[in-house]
Design a protein around this ligand. Structure first.
Ligand code: SF4
Ligand code: SF4
Length: 439
């Protein structure tokens, strides 16, 4: 059954899905590969290789004993030329393995399809594959698929919303690899004993909806839900509400309402991995923005420098004034092209001066638009105020930590107040206060 659903709040952002019809093109092996030992939410990995070592495609080069972490693999065969702290796309330094490819792309002998007969083996295989949430969040998938025994999961929600402007990498997956998505859903449902799966797709992706409805029409366990195009429809809590009507309470997780959410690319990867045994070493990235000559969807080896990806897309047609990893709403600004594509990179956007200018802030006029737009029912204007004043007690009172940093409040604010930026600052202030043992 198809219904058209959404959530409360959010913003109607323009789509600019310029690359929707751009079939994925494969980029070759670059001259160097830069692989940071942090490619996920959680503990960074320890490098397992050193300068001078030779590596092969799919070889584990970083791992961690921490549960919330995922191993990291080499995307090329070649020689390790450096292991040192280097600039990470988040703007700080992270231990990074630099590899000079030999061009042979020799595959490591450990790369073979895993045998999975039960949920334990599936979860272990997924950990070994290095899979993390490919929609942009980067949360390790084996952790997501390991709810405590008292949490009964009855629904798998598959996220095909892709609500950020410009990004079309999930859309292309739904068009180009729909069979893998369905096969991945069946694998996860069977091995984890989940009864029902719902694929949520925004209504600005009619081809993907058609494709997935067509492929699921003979079964009753998997359904497709057409979602209204409204940002941030793809945020977990909003998506769960839109497709199941269940509300995830503040401070709780999807598993608390019986749901696991997975991105379409992540679920498709599981199917491919079980067939080939090749871990996560490549990523489809949407490259777009007013400064990019040939906007495209590119399949890129993880660790490829951003500079090389933009060059592959024809380079810049005007001076890029803002470069983002991710979409314009939640992406992270890059100040160097020497960082590289990591597992959760789903877009690289470059904008010229006109499109990257921010209007100056003016005083809050108490219009309440930010409050109406907030999908988490927060009061961004007050969090902004108390963040600027450093009032920790008030930041707690206004639940600053519940903010999902979607940016809807900043987007709708007529006074152009830097609301989401100040809320990020508020969260850092709260973390600092907690570390000092105060709050
Ligand atoms: S939208 Fe902007 S101007 Fe309006 S109440 Fe919120 S912060 Fe103030
Ligand atoms: S306060 Fe946070 S969750 Fe609410 S609209 Fe702003 S960024 Fe989004």
């Amino acid at each position: 059954m198809i219904k058209r659903s959404t959530f409360k709040g959010g913003a109607a952002v323009p789509h600019y899905k310029n690359t929707a019809e751009c079939e994925t093109v494969k980029m070759g092996v670059p001259e160097k590969i830069i692989i940071p030992m942090l490619q996920h939410i959680g503990a960074p990995c320890d490098p397992l290789v050193k300068k001078g070592d030779t590596v092969k495609v799919g070889q584990i080069i970083g791992d961690s004993k921490s549960f919330i972490s995922a191993p990291i693999h080499s995307s090329v065969s070649g020689t390790v030329v450096n292991v040192a702290p280097m600039l990470y796309p988040g703007g700080f330094n992270v231990t990074t393995v630099e590899i000079k490819p030999d061009g042979n792309q020799e595959v490591h002998e450990d790369v073979k399809p895993p045998v999975c007969n039960d949920s334990k083996q599936l979860i272990e295989a997924i950990r070994k594959s290095g899979l993390v949430g490919l929609g942009g969040a980067g949360f390790p998938t084996h952790v997501k698929l390991s709810p405590p025994p008292d949490k009964l999961i009855d629904t798998l929600v598959v996220n095909g919303a892709e609500c950020e402007p410009f990004i079309t990498s999930d859309y292309r997956e739904m068009i180009e690899n729909s069979e893998n998505i369905i096969s991945g859903i069946n694998i996860v449902m069977n091995l984890l004993g989940i009864k029902k799966a719902i694929i949520g797709i925004e209504d600005n992706k009619p081809e993907a909806i058609k494709e997935l409805i067509n492929i699921t029409k003979n079964g009753d366990q998997i359904s497709v839900v057409k979602l209204k195009s409204r940002y941030p429809q793809g945020a977990e809590k909003m998506l769960i509400y839109a497709v199941t009507g269940r509300k995830v309470p503040p401070g709780k997780l999807p598993m608390d309402v019986g749901v696991i959410v997975m991105n379409v690319n992540s679920i498709s990867f599981i199917s491919e991995y079980l067939k080939t045994g090749m871990p996560l070493i490549k990523k489809r990235v949407t490259v777009d923005g007013s400064a990019v000559r040939n906007p495209s969807n590119v399949e890129v080896l993880i660790g490829t420098p951003l500079r090389d990806v933009f060059e592959f897309c024809g380079g810049f047609k005007s001076v890029p004034h803002k470069i983002l990893m991710g979409g314009p709403m939640m992406g992270v600004a890059q100040y160097s092209l020497d960082t590289s594509v990591v597992k959760h990179t789903n877009a690289l956007l470059a904008f010229d001066r006109v499109d990257s200018q921010m209007e100056p802030e003016s005083a809050c006029i108490r219009c309440g638009r930010c409050v109406s737009a907030c999908p988490m029912n927060l009061m961004p204007l007050f969090i902004n105020l108390h963040s600027l004043k450093g009032n920790i007690d008030e930041l707690i009172k206004y639940h600053a930590n519940d903010c999902i940093e979607c940016g809807s409040c900043s987007y709708v604010c007529p006074s152009k107040r830097h609301l989401v930026q100040s809320i990020r600052l508020a969260k850092a202030q709260l973390k600092q206060a907690a570390a000092k043992g105060g709050k």
